[in-house]
Design a protein around this ligand. Structure first.
Ligand SMILES: [Zn+2]
Length: 223
């Protein structure tokens, strides 16, 4: 256990940059300013279906997303839509099922899963205790900074900051469900999940990539 904690500490100290596909292995320095404002968005709580097995914490899942810099009005509108999609997807039975039944190489598990089962990772998401703001508040807490860079990096963050950096090169062309997937990917780093920086064969099966893709794919139906 101490070993795992030590490893997690080392990993969270590393900067994670998240490439679109291959080659995105350059790491980036993060700025030290960590001010988070609360101008987040919210959507109504979804009513469960009669035979739903979705836990209450999935239906009550909240978001607290601060737009810290680089946002024009149109960017805010687009990000609001993405945040709303995240909430809607998390509240679905399909999301629960996709996470619980996820397999890699014949095993019901994610790659680089921090020693957790699929069920534990699902609970971890619903508890939403970010490493730097560890209250189990059932709320996705994160700040977002938009920036532009001519690179393959879609966005990046590091273990020492409470916000994520999102490259407008991709954000501007992304549909709202793709932005939602990227937001969730970066936020999963805030929960302490990591992935290979190089585009390895296993990287798509890591928690940030795999669950980010699940949000993106299921989010299509909420556009
Ligand atoms: Zn990443």
């Amino acid at each position: 256990m101490e070993k795992l904690l030590a490893l997690m500490l080392v990993l969270t100290l590393m900067t994670v940059s998240c490439g679109k596909s291959g080659g995105g292995s350059s790491s980036q320095e993060s700025t030290a300013d960590t001010v988070t404002t609360d101008n987040g968005t919210s959507t109504p709580v979804t009513t469960p279906e009669a035979n739903s097995t979705v836990p209450a914490a999935a239906l009550s899942f909240k978001t607290n997303v601060g737009y810290l810099s680089g946002f024009a009005a149109a960017d805010e509108a687009k990000y609001n839509q993405a945040v709303a999609i995240v909430k809607k997807v998390v509240a679905t039975e399909a999301f629960r099922t996709r996470v619980l039944n996820f397999t890699y190489s014949g095993s019901k598990a994610f790659v680089q899963n921090n020693g957790l089962t699929n069920e534990q990772i699902y609970q971890d998401i619903l508890e939403a205790a970010e490493t730097l703001t560890p209250a189990k508040n059932n709320t996705l807490d994160v700040g977002v900074k938009l920036y532009y860079e001519a690179s393959t990096i879609v966005g990046y963050t590091s273990g020492s900051i409470t916000f994520i950096n999102v490259n407008t090169k991709f954000f501007n062309t992304y549909s709202a469900n793709e932005v939602a997937g990227n937001l969730f990917h970066e936020w999963l780093h805030k929960l302490g999940y990591v992935h290979d920086s190089a585009a390895t064969a296993r990287r798509p099966y890591s928690v940030p990539y795999a669950i980010g893709y699940i949000i993106r794919d299921l989010g299509k139906s909420f556009i």
